[in-house]
Design a protein around this ligand. Structure first.
Ligand SMILES: Cc1cc2nc3c(=O)[nH]c(=O)nc-3n(C[C@H](O)[C@H](O)[C@H](O)COP(=O)(O)OP(=O)(O)OC[C@H]3O[C@@H](n4cnc5c(N)ncnc54)[C@H](O)[C@@H]3O)c2cc1C
Length: 467
């Protein structure tokens, strides 16, 4: 039985590491692939090996968990086939196409755990392509991985818990945070309190960040309407409005994000069935409570199949590994059954907490209506909101894929990873349809940019292969 089980895990974040640990404990030797140079994923991203910053400095309250996750993987290194700096860029016929040091290769799997995490959800505003504008996550990566701030005077804009966390991390690191501008209102957060009580420790941390920022004089504004970024060659100011009127805030960098969006392209290419998730306002690959996708042998764990946070990612990674083991004919014994029941209970609790977060930091529903025609939505192909609206009007198209074919939105380097959410919002608004009715941009290989020559070389054997 063991010889026929060749599990591959994509993603060495909290979900992927816990999945690997569980498989190893049951006698398997999984392959663990990650495009990052070191394991840890987003939240527990490790700095380059020669950087000497303590875990406490890097991860704050999460230092203990970061250490636990890092150590778990460090102890597994002899028992897994770990492949850092390796991008899984395509999937076909039970194999993954990999890219490592500009060389492509394939790897076959019997079972695949997709634990690819999330990135920021971006909602453009006029001027967002000006140098000095980063995603919130990008701003945090600069601090965690490069040990630098994105500017001398930084504004954080958008909504979601990361807004306050990253402002806190920047201020603690000595950066000048000019303001935190949240499109959500205080009343949203108050209304969400009962659901957020499902994970009191996380709620307490969030409240601490807000209290700490206030105590350190960082201006926090809710109910904000972002207007535009001012500056030609570099950010000079951010214009925003609230019920008191319009404001111009001098700054040289902006970090912005509206919660996270799951990295679902690999699941899409694998043929997983998707459904629209009303809570996260996104199309997500279906998974059962144990992490099984609609494709036999493919498991989904962590933020890659719906953002649930780092702790839930660890539980979901382990849970998916147990599902894989059961499907591979290695059912859990009585002791492990208790463990699995506990995981299921924790995951159910984190789902309630997730609902609370969406209530506390709701998607700014008015964004599409307020987006001016000249706003660049797809920066790779320079498609504006006006062009999207015109395409929908002229062609009568209501499907985002048809609009893509007509005006190239989402057809550039990022393959719609950055612009698909915003473009779909514009299309739904201008056609008067509910968001799910405009569909979703279908995932295409490569899931992330790869060198052209590599793509050509990889295509050659497939072209010559018998049908
Ligand atoms: C930029 C950013 C910063 C965040 N910071 C915080 C924070 O400070 N605190 C907090 O509580 N939460 C934070 N979050 C949320 C938190 O990171 C997640 O909840 C948690 O990390 C999810 O764990 P995961 O294992 O599902 O995914 P991740 O930790 O995101 O790990 C996914 C891994 O998969 C790899 N990967 C993805 N696609 C491929 C591919 N095609 N081929 C190969 N490898 C691939 C990535 O390199 C990554 O290492 C952040 C999220 C983001 C996006």
């Amino acid at each position: 039985m063991t010889t026929s089980v060749r599990p591959v895990i994509v993603g060495a974040g909290p979900a992927g590491i816990r999945a690997a640990q569980t498989l190893v404990a049951q006698g398997l030797r999984p392959v663990v692939i990650d495009e990052a140079p070191r394991w840890g994923g987003q939240i527990y991203r490790q700095p380059p090996a020669h950087f000497e910053r303590s875990k406490k400095t890097l991860y704050g309250f999460e230092a203990g968990r970061a250490d636990a996750v890092h150590s778990a993987m460090a102890q597994l290194l002899r028992q897994v086939d770990y492949r850092p700096d390796t991008l899984a860029w395509n999937a076909e016929g039970g194999q993954l196409d990999l890219l490592h040091q500009a060389q492509t290769s394939t790897i076959a799997y019997s079972h695949l755990v997709v634990a690819t995490g999330a990135t920021d959800r971006v909602l453009p505003l006029p001027g967002w392509t000006t140098p000095g504008v980063f995603t919130l996550g990008g701003a945090q990566v600069a601090l965690k991985f490069q040990g630098c701030a994105i500017g001398r005077r930084v504004v954080f804009l958008g909504t979601g818990p990361l807004l306050y966390l990253i402002a806190y991390q920047y201020t603690r690191a000595g950066a000048d945070v000019a303001a935190v501008l949240d499109t959500a209102h205080l009343c949203d957060q108050l209304a969400a309190l009962p659901a957020l009580m499902a994970q009191p420790a996380l709620l307490a941390k969030g409240m601490y960040y807000v209290g700490w920022l206030r105590a350190h004089g960082v201006p926090l504004h809710g109910g904000v309407r972002p207007l535009r970024i001012v500056g030609d060659t570099r950010v000079e100011a951010l214009a925003w409005a609230d019920k008191r009127g319009e404001h111009l805030l001098p700054c040289d960098a902006v970090g912005m994000g509206y919660a996270l969006r799951s990295e679902t392209q690999l699941a899409d290419i694998l043929g997983c069935r998707f459904q629209f998730d009303t809570l996260q306002r996104a199309w997500l690959p279906e998974r059962d409570p144990a992490g099984r996708s609609s494709v036999a042998g493919v498991y989904l764990a962590g933020d890659g199949a719906g953002t649930m946070g780092a702790d839930a990612a660890e539980w979901a990674g382990e849970r998916a590994a147990w599902a894989l083991l059961a499907d591979a004919g290695r059912p859990a014994g009585a002791t492990n059954a208790t463990r699995i029941a506990a995981l299921d209970a924790r995951l159910a609790r984190s789902t309630r907490f997730r609902a609370g977060l969406e209530r506390a930091f709701p998607f700014p529903l008015q964004w599409a209506a307020q987006a001016p025609d000249e706003l660049v939505v797809c920066r790779c192909e320079e498609v504006t909101a006006g062009e999207l609206r015109q395409t929908a009007t002229v062609t009568g198209a209501t499907d985002i894929n048809v609009v893509k074919a007509a005006c190239r939105v989402g057809m550039g380097r990022c393959q719609g990873r950055m612009c698909a959410a915003a473009a779909s919002e514009i299309l739904a608004h201008c056609t008067g349809l509910p968001l799910p009715a405009v569909g979703r941009l279908r995932g295409q290989a490569p899931v992330k940019p790869i060198p052209f020559m590599v793509a050509q070389a990889a295509a050659a054997p497939h072209q010559g292969a018998p049908a």
